[in-house]
Design a protein around this ligand. Structure first.
Ligand code: ADP
Length: 473
């Protein structure tokens, strides 16, 4: 009997888990367990085992109170139930342990699965964020192999992200200066700080100014797994704006200083009593007056241009007859033309068209063009302002033609730039170099129109402005 029980205990304990069903066969008729176990839940299984344990104990008590055939006849039958209960209890506890382990494994698996999915979602989210950036982002591992590029970087360097990943960065980004930047910065990747460079690269054969910020990034939990991330920001436009501002201030100060110096020199001489001659004094006063006017004009033009550029000029929109406005501009400039014996006229078709415009600003535009035509035309010339409507009746154009000095071809593209003056004209007439820029700002920015110029040196010029219009009822 002892051998039989010892065997059962041995089998039961050795089974511990997977062979448990086999051990139970002899003791508690629980062979069904091995069939049911995979398909039923652990709680149900525990209940089944409890019931089986109760039933088996009862039945075994009855069977084991009989002497074991061939066993020790002197052993008291009463020892059987206690041993039996002990074995079943051991097995029961082994089964429960196994169930607990299985349950905890399953819940760990579920948690790991959730963590994996969260990590995947987070990775996708980060990728989408990086892809939405205008800046190009490139990351390499510690060997200088590409591990990440965002969409902007793929566009900038003309790369296919799929094919470029895991390639050496200097193999895929062929621009030598960028490759050098990566090479030189790679050893510093473990440093936490950022290194910022300014570098100009050719992108599609066009020089582009970049601000490149390199920083070491952790690629995994391990400290050694640090890579390098480069963020490329196109600062070309910023640089252009800042240069334009500096140029503007430099040119504006220069332009302001010239009339101021003229005024100051004359005032000092007058104040010191150095100018005794009446005629010369009168001449000095005239210069002071004209330079003061020029200063005022310069300041007004600068203010108007910067207000339009800043978008703070409020237009007073109204229906404006451009032909009538051109006539008005010609009338304003007529006396200036007569002083130089220049004939001046305005022409317009029979049909009248109106444009939604700011009357005062458009009048200023036309006065600028007509007065320039007179200013840069030698004595005896001719100036005409002609108003025409486009074939589709959608736009009205005023052409201002003169028979003046004309403009050299190389100067034509710069005509509407701030402070630009044709060098050959500087001694011919005084000016600020801001009038045409103001024309462009008013027409293009405020009226959604266009400006242009054609010219032939020694023959004359044609300036034109076009704005959208509609036919007058
Ligand atoms: P300003 O006349 O005060 O110098 P503008 O901006 O009006 O400034 O003109 C810029 C330059 O364009 C002038 O200095 C002149 O050299 C040239 N220009 C303008 N209008 C004419 C024209 N009708 N014929 C020839 N050159 C012109």
């Amino acid at each position: 009997m002892i051998r039989a029980c010892g065997l059962a205990i041995g089998v039961g304990i050795a089974a511990g888990g997977c062979a448990l069903g086999t051990a139970l066969v002899g003791l508690a008729d629980l062979s069904l367990w091995s069939v049911l176990a995979p398909s039923i839940g652990s709680t149900t299984l525990a209940a089944v085992l409890l019931m089986a344990y109760g039933g088996a104990a009862e039945r075994s008590a009855a069977q084991l109170s009989q002497p074991v055939p061939g066993g020790d006849a002197s052993a008291p039958g009463a020892a059987w139930p206690a041993l039996q209960r002990w074995i079943v209890a051991e097995l029961y506890s082994a089964v429960l342990n196994r169930l607990r382990i299985q349950e905890s494994l399953e819940s760990s698996l579920r948690a790991a699965d959730v963590r994996l999915r969260v990590a995947e979602l987070e990775a996708r989210h980060s990728r989408e964020l990086l892809d939405a950036l205008r800046e190009a982002v490139v990351a390499t591992d510690r060997f200088g192999d590409l591990v990440f590029i965002n969409s902007a970087a793929a566009r900038l360097f003309g790369l296919d992200p799929e094919k470029s990943i895991h390639q050496r960065v200097d193999k895929v980004i062929t621009d030598p200066s960028i490759a050098r930047l990566f090479r030189e910065t790679q050893p510093a990747r473990s440093e936490a700080g950022r290194k910022v460079f300014e570098q100009s690269f050719k992108v599609m054969d066009r020089p582009v100014d970049f601000e490149v910020a390199f920083s070491g990034v952790a690629l995994s939990e391990s400290k050694d797994e640090r890579g390098l991330m480069g963020v490329f920001r196109d600062v070309t436009r910023e640089r252009e704006i800042s240069k334009a501002k500096t140029d503007f201030v430099a040119k504006a100060s220069h332009e302001l200083r010239t009339p101021l110096a003229n005024i100051r020199a004359r005032i000092e001489m007058l104040a010191d009593g150095d100018v005794q001659d009446e005629g010369m004094r009168a001449e000095f006063y005239a210069v002071i007056q004209s330079e003061t006017l020029r200063l005022g004009q310069l300041v007004d033009q600068m203010l108007n241009i910067s207000r339009i550029e800043a978008g703070i000029t409020q237009a007073k929109w109204e229906e404006v007859d451009l032909a009538a406005l051109a006539q008005q501009a010609v009338d304003v400039v007529r006396s200036q033309a007569q002083d130089k014996r220049i004939t001046i006229e305005s022409r317009a078709g029979s049909l009248s068209y109106t444009a939604m415009a700011d009357r005062e600003m458009m009048l200023q535009v036309l006065i600028n063009l007509v007065s320039n035509a007179v200013k840069y035309t030698p004595e005896g010339g001719h100036v005409t302002a002609t108003t025409e409507v486009s074939n589709d009746n959608e736009a009205v154009t005023v052409f201002v033609d003169d028979t003046g000095l004309g403009i050299p071809p190389e100067a034509l593209p710069k005509m509407f730039q701030k402070f630009y003056r044709v060098e050959q004209h500087q001694n011919f007439a005084k000016g600020t170099g801001l009038g045409l820029n103001l024309v462009k700002q008013v027409v293009e920015v405020m009226h959604n129109g266009e400006v242009g110029v054609t010219s032939a040196v020694g023959k004359g010029s044609r300036f034109w402005v076009t704005i959208p219009c509609r036919r007058k009822k």
